[in-house]
Design a protein around this ligand. Structure first.
Ligand SMILES: Cc1ncc(COP(=O)(O)O)c(C=O)c1O
Length: 392
């Protein structure tokens, strides 16, 4: 039987890491992999996590099983930061469960929607490639619409059209902030309109919030999600702590459901538990326990928010410098100053991307996506020069 399975292509971004590692040029630039980097090119463990891990080692007295819902102390400790307000659970209307990373959260959110009868998910494209892979694996239809307008802002006409062509029984997947791969987020005014459109059409929102705090700020990055939740009767939120706590390989995430009343939310979560049990049984504990402990102490919360502030400041500094370069050959970098988060899409051909790699040691995804956190004040000029050389 197993000889029916054909060789699958390796993940393109993971293959790019290998090529980059093998390149001996000392001034090579890695803009491929989607992890935050300091100006020294490192992806360090957060200080707040180091402190929480020390607490964890001292305090943890058992590694016995939890349950499919994972560490509920973690799930609840995050809620004030995600949902804000006096009562982040809105009287029990919002509840969550831990998942293996934001990927597990997206997977579970879409599977819950499917279990509830959703047959079709609308999504702006391009998107994080795993979104479409998850839809495909679950066998749920995806209806794509163009996310980016030619001027580097969100294409609201496409979104309006897609939502008005859909209705109850359909879902839409929206990036909460720091859109991957384009960096093009909705403005607050656009989110206000999206919330109204969701109410009008009855389309179920699934909001993927994987980069809270890495765009404009913890509160600012939650604006759209909170606005939608304040407007519609029900929604699903997939959350990742892998970027904003730097826990990538520890796989830390959560999925939250909001319904009109607490009993219904409990019923939704029981379906989440059943789906998790049949998939991964329960999520890995360590990273989520560390986040719970980091969030349990005012000093480590402050340390976390300060660490996020400095990451965000660095990302903005790189974006501003890129934007100030304006035109690099045929590429207009000005819109990058208005966009958010680690990613941006450059309009480059496959040949230009290959030339950047071969002639200049600049590595980026084949789609033209760059991780702006891969640049430093010292190598931006080289990068802009290389862009001009291949696209001029
Ligand atoms: C938009 C988006 N959602 C979800 C994820 C999943 O993150 P995690 O590493 O926590 O699984 C990513 C990761 O790149 C992402 O870009």
């Amino acid at each position: 039987m197993l000889d029916r399975l054909e060789q699958q292509p390796p993940d393109a971004l993971l293959a790019l890491i290998k090529l980059y590692d093998a390149d001996p040029r000392p001034d090579k630039i890695d803009l491929g992999v989607g992890v935050y980097r300091t100006s020294e090119g490192a992806t360090p463990v957060f200080g707040c996590i180091k402190a929480a891990e020390a607490m964890l080692v001292a305090e943890q007295d058992s590694k016995a099983y939890l349950g499919p819902e994972g560490d509920m102390g973690f799930v609840h400790a995050l809620m004030p930061h995600i949902f804000g307000g006096e009562d982040p659970s809105q009287g029990g209307r919002i509840e969550g469960m831990q998942t293996p990373g934001g990927t597990g959260a997206v997977r579970l959110a879409v599977a819950l929607a499917q279990r509830a009868g959703v047959g079709k998910v609308l999504m702006g494209t391009p998107s994080w490639p795993n979104h479409a892979q998850i839809f495909g694996d679950l066998g749920i239809e995806m209806v794509g619409f163009g996310h980016a307008a030619a001027d580097g802002t969100a294409n609201m006409d496409e979104l309006r059209k897609a939502l008005r062509n859909a209705g109850t029984g359909d879902a839409v997947l929206l990036h909460g902030c720091c859109h991957n791969p384009t960096g093009i987020d909705y403005t607050n005014e656009q989110w206000d309109e999206i919330a109204d459109l969701l109410v009008e059409t009855g389309v179920l929102p699934i909001i993927d919030l994987a980069y809270q705090g890495l765009g404009r700020g913890m509160e600012e990055d939650a604006y759209g999600m909170r606005k939608v939740l304040a407007s519609v009767p029900e929604a699903l939120v997939a959350y990742s702590c892998d970027k904003n706590f730097g826990l990538y390989r520890d796989r830390v995430g959560a999925v939250y459901a909001m319904t009109p009343d607490a009993a219904q939310t409990t019923a939704v979560m029981s379906n989440g538990h059943a789906l998790a049990r049949a998939n991964w049984s329960m999520p890995p504990d360590h990273g989520a326990a560390a986040v719970r402990l980091a969030l349990s102490d005012d000093a480590t919360v402050k340390q976390w928010l300060d660490e996020l502030d400095s990451m965000r400041a660095r990302i903005l500094q790189v974006r501003e410098k890129l934007a100030a370069s304006s035109n690099a050959g045929g590429v207009n970098l000005a819109p990058l100053g208005e966009q958010n988060g680690m990613f941006a899409m450059l309009p480059l051909s496959k040949e230009q991307i290959q030339k950047l790699r071969d002639d200049h040691g600049v590595y980026m995804a084949g789609s033209g996506r760059i991780n702006v956190a891969g640049l430093t004040m010292d190598n931006i000029d080289k990068f802009v020069g290389a862009l001009a050389a291949v696209s001029g």
